[in-house]
Design a protein. Structure first.
Length: 269
């Protein structure tokens, strides 16, 4: 979402920057790497979670609540990664050499939304809360007043403490179209592949065949089939290191759209 604070002239700059971005290789910021330079802006309410509905282009809801706690951000493409960056965690900080309200302390944010008008190679369009969190105590508003600042960032593990990987079946899902939002994949935060296993009608046992799903939008993965899918379904989640987790029969025979199906599996921290 474009930050309201960006002026017309910086929108022109944003377009120019976009060409630079497209010309550069969009290599991902690697986990546990060093600090990289980025620009930060903010949007939504000063003490909000970004969008007024506490959602965003990843499809997560209630981003003002645990585990997001309004510490959320839009990422431009090298961060959002067509949805495969959704749920990933970054530390951000701004230095007092940049702005005298900056504390220099690192704060963790989660990618929950997409930034369509990047002003630099890496652009965090932060919630008002997250932008202000980079300030010295009591200077959150002063820092937000800057509107756009240089920051540093690095990929860090997520801490989805007390949560297991959650699957939320999406509206419109039916036996020939199954769409599911994946949340809280521990440590990596993001999911790079999701596969589905059906149950054999004949034996009542898992078929043993994993069918790849594909990103529909944000953190929502989908599978379209001519033949009706046979539940219960097991789902296999792959993280950025290629490690997989299997949530066996996590989607029951009587599954319904718009329903959460928490798994009992999580990537170890
Ligand atoms: C910036 O931080 C340095 C190191 O912590 C400190 O010495 C300096 O006084 C700070 N400057 C401002 C303007 O806060
Ligand atoms: C993927 O999960 C494994 C644990 O199963 C973990 O050791 C690894 O660090 C994770 N990868 C990333 C990129 O977080």
């Amino acid at each position: 979402m474009a930050a309201a604070v960006i002026s017309i002239s910086s929108k022109v700059a944003a377009l120019a920057a976009l060409f630079v971005v497209l010309a550069m290789s969009a290599e991902a910021a690697s986990p546990n790497g060093g600090w990289l330079a980025a620009k930060a802006t903010w949007y939504g309410a000063p003490n909000g979670a970004g969008p007024d509905d506490n959602g965003g282009a990843c499809g997560f809801k209630n981003t003002n609540q645990y585990p997001y706690m309004s510490m959320t951000s839009c990422g431009n493409e090298p961060l959002f990664k067509d949805g495969k960056g959704c749920g990933a965690c970054y530390q951000i900080r701004c230095l007092n050499s940049t702005h005298d309200a900056c504390s220099g302390r690192a704060k963790r944010v989660i990618i929950t939304d997409m930034n369509y008008y990047p002003v630099s190679k890496y652009h965090f369009d932060l919630s008002g809360t997250a932008f202000g969190a980079m300030a010295k105590t009591g200077l959150n508003d002063k820092l937000r007043h800057a509107g756009i600042i240089d920051i540093q960032f690095r990929r860090v593990p997520c801490n989805y403490k007390g949560l297991s990987v959650n699957f939320r079946v999406q509206v419109g899902s039916n036996p020939n179209y199954f769409a599911v939002l994946v949340q809280y994949a521990g440590k990596d935060g993001a999911v790079v592949q999701l596969d589905l296993m059906e149950t054999s009608k004949a034996t009542g046992k898992p078929t043993g065949v994993w069918t790849p799903m594909r990103v529909s939008w944000g953190a929502v993965w989908r599978l379209d089939t001519k033949r009706p899918l046979q539940p219960p379904f097991s789902l296999r989640v792959r993280n950025g290191s290629g490690k997989t987790l299997v949530a066996s029969n996590v989607i029951p025979a009587n599954w319904k759209p718009m329903t959460d199906y928490p798994s009992n599996v999580q990537f170890p921290n």
